[in-house]
Write a protein that binds this ligand. Structure first.
Ligand SMILES: Cc1cc2nc3c(=O)[nH]c(=O)nc-3n(C[C@H](O)[C@H](O)[C@H](O)COP(=O)(O)O)c2cc1C
Length: 200
C-alpha cells in the first residue's frame, strides 16, 4: 500500500475482531516506525504504553464510557509523554551529531524549555500527535485498522497505568482487524474553507 492509499483508506474503526491477536513482531514493527516520527530538538517526548492485561483493559473500557473497541481491539496504545524529557540527559538526543551541533543544541534546549511550562506541554502534544499519525498509517499499511480516542476519563486511565507525575496522556489508539466498516465520512469541510494563502 502506498502513502496515498493509506491516507485515503484510513478511517476510525470502532468494531474489531476480538479473537485476532497481533504478533510481537508485528507490534515491534509498528512501534519501530512510530519512533521515527519527528520531535522538536529530537527530544522524543513520547512514551507508549500497550495495555495487554485483560483486567486493566476492562477498567479502561469502563473509564471510556463503555467503548467496546478498548477491549475488542488487538492492541490498545496509550500515547503518553514526559513533560521533563527535555532536561533528562539531553545529550542522548544528539549523541551522534557533530560536536558543533551538540554545542548549539544543548544550550538551545535549556533556553527554550526552562520555566516555559506551556512550551513543555505543547511540545509533548505535538510530538505524540505526530507519532499517532505514523502509527495509524503504518497500521493501515500492515493490514490493520485503528481509532484515535480521547473519549475517556484521563485521571482514571492515568491511575490504571500508574502514570508518573511528570507525564501526561495525549490520546489512546486502538488497533485491530476490522469487523464492521466505518460509516461514510460524516461531513468533510471543503479544502477552500480550511486552506488559506498568505493570511486569514
Ligand atoms: C483526538 C481524537 C479523539 C477521538 N476520540 C474518539 C473516541 O473517543 N471514540 C471514537 O469512537 N472515535 C474517536 N475519534 C475518531 C473521530 O470520531 C474520527 O476521527 C472522525 O469522526 C473522522 O473520521 P475518520 O477518522 O474515520 O476519518 C477521535 C479522533 C481524534 C482525532
Amino acid at each position: 500500500m502506498n502513502i496515498k492509499q493509506a491516507i485515503t483508506s484510513r478511517r476510525s474503526v470502532k468494531h474489531y475482531d476480538p479473537t485476532h491477536t497481533m504478533t510481537d513482531d508485528e507490534i515491534n514493527e509498528l512501534m519501530e516506525h512510530a519512533i521515527l516520527s519527528p520531535t522538536a530538538f529530537n527530544i522524543q517526548h513520547w512514551r507508549f504504553v500497550q495495555v495487554q492485561d485483560k483486567d486493566k483493559r476492562q477498567q479502561i473500557e469502563d473509564a471510556s464510557w463503555g467503548q467496546k473497541q478498548v477491549t475488542e481491539s488487538s492492541l490498545l496504545l496509550i500515547l503518553c509523554a514526559d513533560l521533563n524529557a527535555w532536561e533528562k540527559q539531553p545529550e542522548r538526543y544528539c549523541r551522534n551529531a557533530p560536536q558543533e551541533v551538540q554545542d548549539f543544541l544543548l544550550p538551545a534546549i535549556e533556553d527554550y524549555y526552562t520555566n516555559h511550562h506551556q512550551a513543555q506541554r505543547d511540545e509533548c502534544m505535538r510530538s505524540t500527535s505526530i507519532a499517532a499519525m505514523n502509527i495509524m498509517l503504518m497500521a493501515k499499511g500492515m493490514g490493520y485498522d485503528s481509532c484515535p480516542m480521547d473519549g475517556f476519563d484521563f485521571d482514571k486511565v492515568a491511575k490504571i497505568i500508574n502514570l508518573p507525575h511528570d507525564h501526561i496522556i495525549n490520546m489512546m489508539i486502538t488497533i485491530g482487524k476490522k469487523k464492521i466498516e466505518a460509516r461514510s465520512r460524516a461531513g468533510q469541510l471543503a479544502l477552500s474553507d480550511v486552506f488559506l494563502t498568505d493570511s486569514f
